[in-house]
Write a protein that binds this ligand. Structure first.
Ligand SMILES: [Zn+2]
Length: 85
């Protein structure tokens, strides 16, 4: 009887841990802003690039990584040279 209770508690703890880890990963990926582009161009920049700073906030398009930017049809800036892959 006692053994069954321990096992149930262990499974519950594991389940809660998995849920917490899953939520944490999701929250992190949705808040990562690594590269920025403009809705009026097809170039992505480091946020520190002089050209990137000229993009109005309303026109900014944010990407979490290069594959995200390339998937949207954007190419790397020739001034700040973000990674191609
Ligand atoms: Zn740039």
């Amino acid at each position: 009887m006692k053994k069954v209770l321990v096992n149930t508690a262990l499974i519950s703890t594991l389940a809660i841990s998995l849920i917490l880890v899953g939520c944490g990963t999701k929250a992190a990926s949705s808040t990562v802003h690594t590269y920025v582009g403009s809705v009026n161009s097809t170039v992505y920049h480091y946020p520190s690039c002089a050209s990137a700073k000229k993009i109005k906030e309303a026109n900014q398009v944010w990407f979490s990584d290069v594959s995200d930017a390339k998937g949207a049809g954007y190419a790397p800036c020739k001034i700040c040279k973000p990674p191609i892959n």
